[in-house]
Design a protein around this ligand. Sequence first.
Ligand code: FAD
Length: 544
Amino acid sequence: APRTIIVGGVAGGMSAATRLRRLDDDREIIVIERGPHVSFASCGLPYYVGGEIQDRASLLVQTPESLRARFALDVRVRHEVVSVDRQTRTIRVRDLATGAEEALDYDTLILSPGTVPPAPLTGSEDGIPVATLRTIGDVDRIVETLSSGATHAIVAGGGFIGLEAVENLARRGIRVTLVHRGALPFRPLDAEMAGPVVEELRAHDVDLRLSDAIARVTETGVVLDSGDALDADLVIDARGPRPDTALAVAAGLPLGHSGGIAVDAWHRTSDPRIFAVGDATEKTDAASGAAALVTMAGLANRHGRSAADAIVLGVDAVEPAEPATGVAILRVFDLVIATVGASEARLRAEGTPHRIVHTHPTDHAGYFPGAERMAIKLMIAPADDRILGAQIVGGRGVDRRIDVLSLAMQTGVPASRLSRLELAYAPPFGAAKDAVNQLGYVADNLRGGLTRTLQWHELDAAREAGATLIDVRSPAEVAAGAIPGSVRIPLDELRSGGTPLPKGPLVVHCQVGQRGHTAARLLSAAGHDVRNLDGGYLTWAAGR
Ligand code: FAD
């Protein structure tokens, strides 16, 4: 029987192994895993630290024994693949308990080695405990330290794992400092979308150290690049993952531009007998078509399964992998943050032309109790109306909207067509004009030139160039916060024409952009040169 060896027994590796077995009952399938556990719920680890997941055993989705019993898999934990010889089609495997090595030959090999931990922080050998948040062993150590009277923890890195760590440490009553190199946490979010995340962290007493980094770990805490010294009991190192390409490189397999293992749409490396999937591999970015690293569990699972299909059924029988939208979602206390595709910052850095839409819809009909507002940002390619990316920050209903937008991106639904999508609605769940439909209306108005908008960060320049800003909100809204120096004319008075308008270009704004659009239409019909401040006061205030 043919033999397939799989390196790495968690997300991508185990999806490949079990699919292989379902397709081919005769094949010999060997899974080699360096760690003591296979098929564990990495994504659940932060919630075990926080105590929301209480049963440690529930993180261990499968064991070598259960996999042998159900799938006849030969799973070898605490074994490491140390080299691959492509000429003889053999790998060398080291038993980490005994140090003994053995050669195994393969017909096909699947690499799913994941990521490598960040380089150790200076001073971590003899300072306070430093842990990454990657394995069951990591969370055991973290929970042990927290249970032995820790009161203050420092999280290094404000990516999704860092933010999940912050939330879960705080949930346990631990005082948390988040040290993040960037000016704002969670890089996929643009500034005006990240503003509420900063507020949420501060509202939960998280000590935020932005544009800073840990210079060294000491016996009592850490010293930051800024020179600040902080006392702490524990550091969780959640700095960004890097693809684990060592084995592939040593075997002479090429990497792509992103630094991940280069694979084709059937997950084949340059050697047709060696497949690679998961965080270690390069993906194609759905927004730009460029090479990218996207380290998400869904892709690893899907690609593992599809590599098994290609091995057993042949590539001609298998659909090629689709570009990755990179859709992601996370919870930070009471906020839900979700992103897909490219950010505005990235589009600007790449010089990619784009159009932006900001909206602030509620998750369900405003007249039904409990409606929660969310902020949505959509990036669109002006040339062909393609969706380039989206960001949502809110509460309930964020998950559903980001998935619809990811689906739209993946299947090429143009932004204007979002207005015509048929989406489930009853008052507790949505609105007759769903948040996604509303994005489509605005996109369509922009595309057709029915409305012209101005972004929050363009306002100062427009005013310096002579534009007058008109706030069309009600006096009560203005009293609760307004953009300095605006002329205040509520929308209904604007129509009655009682107030004389200044000459020259106008920028109108309301709270979220909708009444602003009506005002802009009214004024442009009256012959004014007018633009609507996109996303209204709320977007401007969040970006300030
Ligand atoms: P992994 O699952 O990391 O598995 C790789 C395995 O290979 C490792 O166990 C490693 O020990 C083993 N290995 C490496 N080299 C060798 C070798 N030479 N010999 C033997 N074994 C080897 N993704 C989401 O989509 N949503 C989430 O909410 C989410 N949350 C996460 C939270 C945390 C704390 C972490 C750490 C990750 C999270 N992820 C999340 C990411 C997700 O877990 C990864 O994308 C996914 O696990 C990648 O699968 P993989 O098979 O490529 O690598």
